[in-house]
Design a protein around this ligand. Structure first.
Ligand code: AHM
Ligand code: MG
Length: 343
């Protein structure tokens, strides 16, 4: 629902905390540090097209400085913005194999931050929307000690907050702290995220389907039938869905959240575990979409209930409007699963 109040992200988070007298303000501070990193990444994303014009190609720019790829820039920016706030005990990034420790000189906090710094890598160089995704958990190991892999490998259900930033025609930050989903648009003049979507709800009925149809040949037969179903109409007023696929999960899900739709990255014969990562992409998006009234499953079970086994684990995902996810689940269950696709 579009917002009618003039409200900054900062104020919104603080008002949320005021409703919880036991809150220490740490989560607010953490989200606020994250939004600063998002503003810096947004600025860099907007400059990306200038790199070639200004001759910043190759490894070095005209000043002889090292030019970082945008995804590594985003990774460094988030790590640097978040490692010294005193709120985190450990981080994990899609760009890094192992967990990221908080440097010894900084205070160790009670939260865990997991992020995909810049998702939609194939769209970075072609001016198409990309995004940052994040997920926040309470630590499970002893306070005051360095965080461990165990702190990171928690079920999505344990998330305290999650969000994404989509760098599109404008920069929008969407987050949930378990009390609804709220969206903020970055005003480039003030450098402030302003509330633009309050208490977002995904329409129960979908109008859009989003998946890479180039992989049709490798799909589960139930998925093939489901896609034929949504492309079809019936004489009871059911209209065909529209197909929309940006190829950036953040942008595809953001659009579907507003218009109503289903986003699918399935397991298939070539990728029996799908492509997208449970910890960095699927859990935070599932938390957001469920908070907005939608559903997210891996084909068999709720994404948020999956017990993670490794940091970079992949899972299939069917996420979006409730009716559409219910329907695809029905189609998948009706067909024999071919063994390679079992997860
Ligand atoms: P990335 O983490 O390398 O950016 O890959 C994730 C992206 C998602 O944003 C998007 O939904 C998907 O990969 C697109 O994959 P495909 O090109 O196979 O359709
Ligand atoms: Mg990614």
């Amino acid at each position: 629902m579009p917002a009618t109040r003039f409200m900054t992200l900062q104020r919104h988070i603080l008002e949320g905390e005021k409703r919880h007298p036991e809150a220490t303000g740490e989560l607010s501070a953490l989200l606020s540090d994250l939004s600063l990193a998002a503003k810096i990444i947004s600025l860099e994303v907007n400059k990306a097209g200038l790199v070639d014009i200004l001759g910043f190609t190759g490894e070095n720019n005209i000043h002889g400085e090292n030019v970082k790829k945008l995804d590594m820039f985003a990774h460094d920016m988030l790590t640097r913005a978040m490692d010294h706030g005193g709120h985190l005990c450990v981080m994990a990034s899609e760009e890094e194999e192992e967990i990221i420790h908080i440097p010894k000189k900084h205070q160790i906090g009670k939260y865990v931050l997991i992020f995909d710094p810049l998702d939609g890598s194939s769209n970075i160089d072609v001016n198409i929307s990309i995004g940052t995704i994040f997920s926040i958990y309470h630590r499970v190991t002893a306070q005051g000690t360095p965080g461990t892999l165990r702190d990171c490998l928690q079920k999505g259900l344990k998330q305290v907050a999650a969000g994404y930033i989509v760098y599109g025609s404008s920069t929008i930050l969407v987050y949930t702290a378990g009390e609804g989903v709220h969206g903020f648009t970055l005003d480039p003049a003030f450098g402030e995220f302003l509330l633009s979507y309050e208490d977002m709800k995904i329409p129960e009925k979908a109008k859009i389907y989003s998946l890479n149809e180039g992989n049709y040949k490798y799909w589960h037969p139930g998925l093939k039938k489901y896609i034929k179903y949504v492309q079809d109409a019936d004489n009871r007023g059911r209209e065909p869905y529209s197909a929309r696929y940006v190829g950036s999960m953040v942008a595809d899900i953001h659009r579907n959240l507003i218009y109503g739709g289903i986003f699918i990255y399935p397991a298939d014969k070539r990728n029996p575990k799908g492509k997208l990562r449970l910890m960095y992409e699927c859990n935070p998006m599932a938390f957001i979409i469920e908070q907005a009234g939608g559903r997210a499953i891996d084909g068999n079970k709720r994404i948020l209930e999956i017990n993670p086994e490794s940091l970079h684990q992949r899972v299939p995902i069917y996420i979006g409007s409730k009716d559409a996810v219910d329907k695809v689940e029905e189609f998948l269950r009706a067909e024999e699963v071919i063994p390679e696709m079992r997860i």
